[in-house]
Design a binder for this molecule. Structure first.
Ligand code: PLP
Length: 411
């Protein structure tokens, strides 16, 4: 078991140790990981790192002390609202990640529902089977229940099934844009119509799509409407540390209006150190992540995001074509940076095992079994190498004399 050293070590030694420690990690720099990382080029990374370091010690908990951070956050929120068709009354805040944004959306929905109906029992969230576990986690932590509903054959949420599933405790409907497993966008407008009809809170989980879908649309991708342009959408989560390419620890949560937004806040005054009013779940907030988000967004601008998006979409298209040419099947109709593929007649887990043996970090999908890819610019140079290894893996898997027992784990 590791123990705190009795005496400290010099930085030079630690730096060497840190560098060496990375040897055991996945080689994401060379495109071996299609999960966890969102890379948009060395220049973007440099901007994020420099801005982060400039605000390394500053704390977003103190907007009066760090007026610059308050201004950066305000700018970032407005950039996001501009991209997601927020109207004049829309508001939002930066959080530390998708899970925190989702927690706060669930809290706001729960508190609004309780304000409207003080006798409400245990509130319930309805969503498709493909929605992110952060909703279940939030419900678990905050005393709600969730129900996951089967998806349609194209792996998108089924608005009819949601309508049928609504019960007296239902307070919130969720749609994903896109959902993480297959990378397909749910029919947000149809779900929102159901939510409006039944006066429910509609949340759009655009954690993974919020900062790529608006640009993909501008590039001609025929995405269904998924943001505040859709009547009935009350809140949207959109992660900056994914396709916003900013430093980790940065997401945004938006609300259609001030009435919804105020349910996000927490206000407390019964202790000896003064009123404590926060928008977020966390108290201390990394100033670096806020500054880095502001800097990267200003550095890239719309033009930069369009260029990166186009390149990532092309990587996905090349991979889709390559995978299909090898006789495998892309699940559903991915339109952004995520895709998943499998096979109706081959053991895709065995293929995954063989790919892993060739040094690729393989992420599995389980419903149906498949291989999951969340793409970024580290994958641009490796498409051909990946497909060549996939072709070899297919051959090797066919020769395997046992079914694969590869397990799917996301974290
Ligand atoms: C659709 C979706 N929602 C929420 C999350 C959670 O985000 P985080 O890991 O930043 O908490 C993810 C993460 O991949 C996601 O893909």
């Amino acid at each position: 078991m590791s123990k705190l050293p009795l005496q400290g070590k010099p930085w030079a030694e630690l730096e060497t140790e840190l560098k060496a420690a990375k040897a055991d990690d996945v080689d994401w720099v060379n495109g071996r990981a299609a999960v966890y990382i969102h890379y948009a080029g060395e220049d973007v990374l440099e901007v994020a790192k420099k801005a982060y370091l400039m605000y390394f010690s500053e704390n977003g908990l103190g907007p009066n002390a760090f007026k610059s951070l308050a201004r950066f956050e305000n700018d970032v929120v407005n950039f996001g609202l501009g991209l997601l068709n927020g109207g004049p009354d829309a508001l939002g805040a930066m959080t530390t990640g998708g899970t925190e944004s989702i927690f706060l959306a669930v809290k706001a929905a729960r508190d609004r529902a309780r304000a409207r109906n003080p006798n409400l029992g245990t509130p319930e969230i309805l969503m498709a089977q493909t929605a992110h576990p952060a909703f279940d986690k939030a419900a678990h932590f905050m005393g709600l229940t969730t129900r996951r509903l089967p998806v349609r054959p194209d792996f998108t949420a089924d608005p009819g099934a949601m309508r049928d599933a609504i019960g007296p405790q239902t307070i919130m409907l969720v749609g994903s844009a896109p959902a993480f497993p297959h990378g397909v966008v749910d029919p947000i407008a149809e779900i929102a119509a159901v939510a409006q009809e039944r006066d429910l809170w509609m949340h759009v989980d655009a954690c993974v799509g919020g900062y790529i879908a608006p640009f993909a649309r501008k590039l001609g991708v025929d995405l269904p409407p998924f943001d505040f342009a859709v009547p009935g959408v009350v809140s949207i989560s959109a992660d900056l540390h994914k396709y916003g390419y900013t430093a980790k620890g940065a997401s945004t949560l938006f609300f259609r209006d001030g009435e919804a937004f105020r349910f996000m806040l927490y206000d407390f005054d019964n202790w000896p150190r003064g009123r404590y009013i926060t928008k977020t779940l966390v108290g201390t907030r990394p100033g670096g992540a806020i500054a880095a988000a502001w800097a990267v967004m200003n550095y890239l601008g719309e033009d930069g995001y369009l260029k990166v998006t186009e390149r990532i979409l092309n990587v996905r298209r090349r991979l889709e074509a390559g995978v299909t040419a090898l006789g495998l099947k892309v699940w559903g109709r991915p339109q952004l940076g995520i895709m998943a593929y499998g096979s109706e007649d081959r053991d895709i887990r065995a293929i995954g095992e063989r790919l892993a043996a060739r040094g690729w970090l393989v992420g599995y999908l389980t419903q149906p079994w498949g291989i999951h890819l969340m793409l970024n610019l580290t994958h641009e140079p490796i498409v051909e190498a990946y497909l060549a290894d996939l072709a070899a893996a297919i051959e090797e898997a066919a020769a395997m004399d046992r079914p694969s027992t590869a397990a799917a784990s996301y974290s």
